[in-house]
Structure formats: C-alpha cells, structure tokens
Design a protein around this ligand. Structure first.
Ligand SMILES: [Zn+2]
Length: 295
C-alpha cells in the first residue's frame, strides 16, 4: 500500500517535471493552414504559456515566398521548415505588420538577401529596439511606404495600406487582392480589448476610427487573418470596430464621471453585448485610454 503511494507520488512528480520542462522549451509551431490557393498561415496563439508570436502569413508567389510577420525570436528555422512543407521556393520577402517582437522577432533567421518591407513609422520603431541594434540593423526594413504600397501583380499581388495610428503608429493592413484576403496584424488581434502601445505611438482614441477607415478603404475582401486568433470574416472585423468604439465611448464617460481607473475597470464589461469576447485585457486598455484622455 505504502509502496503504491510512493510510486504514485513519484509518477505525479515525474509528470509535473515533464510539464515544467515542456513549458521551459519552446512550444512547437503548427503546420501551415491553407487560407486559399497560394496563401497559408502558420497560426499562433494569444499570449500565454504556449505563446509563439503572431500569425504568420505565407504567400507563395511565382518568384518566391512572402512571409508576413516572423513571430518571436528563435522561431526562424522552424518557420522555414514549416514553409518547406508547402513549397520549395525560397523566401524572398518579409513584411512586418508592426514593430513588436512577436511579429519581427525572427527576421534575423532569414538570408540577408531577403527584402524587408514595413511602414515608415514601423521602421523607426524597430530601429529603437535592442534586437535591431548593431549587426542586427541589417534585418530592419529595407523598403518603407507612407500611405499605400503595391508589390507584384495579378495573383502575386500584395497591397499594403496605412490608415493611421491604433495598436502602434505604424500598423500595415496587408491585402492579397486576387484572393480577397486581408491580414490585419494587431489592429485586430483578438476578440478582447486591444493592446494600445503608447510608447510606439499607439492611440486608443484613434483605434476605432482607423479600423473604420480600413473597413471603408479596403474593398472586395471575404476573409480576414487576425493578428493572434483564428481566421475570421469581414463581419467579425466590423463587429470589432463597433466593440472598439463602444469601449472608447464607455471609458470617455467614465473619465467624465470622475471615476478612477479601478472604478472604471470594475464597471466596464462589454462581453454581454459582444458574445464570444473576453474581458481579460480590458483593465490594461482602460489604463492606456485614461493616460491618453487625461493628457
Ligand atoms: Zn503587436
């Protein structure tokens, strides 16, 4: 009896240490999921113990592969290995939707010949990161744009749009026009309150307006790849825009009513109005909005 208990305890401890070892090693990446034709996504997860970074677009053109966002540092070899499962073509271009390390972290794993493209503000933000100092500066964007940039043509075309500040001040909206697919980066990361990165020029007040401009300005889309969550639809993006507008209006009312951040956070929960949404990041968003509104 005693022996069984000891063995059982050893098994439990063994199981626990296996789990802990797993958490310390990098979680694996899933195989690419085909979105349509020559476009795939290496899906990611929302930040947590299994976090690998943002969703990575893999667009197989006639001349090479365009990779949109490179996840956290250290994932480059695995991203390349996963791409090999769908094509033998070389990676010729990286597009970074914005500066964050979970979208730019593995730029340095790709050959120096790879073209790197981002919005001009994102290049400026990336240049401030330790990860792109010194020798690593070669993995900064080589080409930038201000309002719109088209790359390639026909079924190889990718359009980059900038509609203004939100998550940061340099977020690109990536459109694959022949496939009617939009990749949003973290302008639409998940069904929860947004991360507003004020240190990189983000603006919670502008965010719903910028998303509205993107919805109005990007036509002929039927599929949306969010920054950190499963493939969605234009309707989902429209709903997210309404959620953002409601969140900002609610926080503005709380500021006007003289509520503290804690009081506002205790009273604001939009998940009843938006089924399927989470309420995990609301307080952080409220805190950022308060700082912005009281400036
Ligand atoms: Zn981000």
């Amino acid at each position: 009896m005693k022996r069984t208990i000891v063995l059982g305890a050893l098994l439990v401890i063994g199981g626990l240490s296996a789990v802990m070892a797993q958490q310390q090693s990098r979680p694996p990446l899933a195989d690419p999921v085909r979105v349509k034709d020559n476009l795939y996504v290496i899906m990611s997860s929302t930040p947590g113990p299994e976090f690998t970074g943002g969703n990575t677009g893999v667009f197989v053109t006639d001349t090479g592969v365009i990779v949109v966002d490179t996840k956290l540092a250290g994932y480059g070899p695995t991203i390349l290995e996963r791409i090999r499962k769908v094509t033998d073509k070389p990676v010729t271009m990286i597009i970074n939707t914005h500066t964050h390390g979970d979208h730019t972290g593995s730029n340095d794993a790709f050959p120096a010949s790879v073209d790197i493209v981002a919005h001009e503000n994102t290049k400026a933000n990336m240049a401030k990161m330790d990860a792109f100092k010194g020798d690593k500066a070669q993995f900064l964007p080589k080409r930038t744009y201000k309002d719109k940039m088209s790359i390639g043509s026909g079924k190889n075309q990718v359009d980059l749009y900038y509609f203004g500040a939100g998550h940061t001040d340099g977020d690109s909206w990536v459109v694959y026009p022949s496939l009617r697919v939009l990749q949003t980066g973290d302008m639409f990361a998940w069904r929860d309150a947004p991360f507003i990165d004020r240190n990189n020029g983000g603006s919670g007040v502008e965010l719903p307006k910028t998303v509205a401009k993107a919805i109005a300005g990007i036509r002929n889309i039927d599929t949306v790849i969010p920054g950190h969550s499963p493939i969605a639809t234009p309707k989902d993006l429209q709903e997210y825009q309404r959620f953002l507008a409601d969140l900002v209006a609610t926080v503005q009312s709380a500021v006007a009513a003289g509520k503290s951040v804690d009081e506002a956070a205790a009273s604001i929960d939009l998940t009843g109005k938006y089924p399927g949404y989470k309420n995990e990041r609301t307080k952080a968003a409220i805190t950022a909005l308060y700082a912005e509104l009281k400036n």
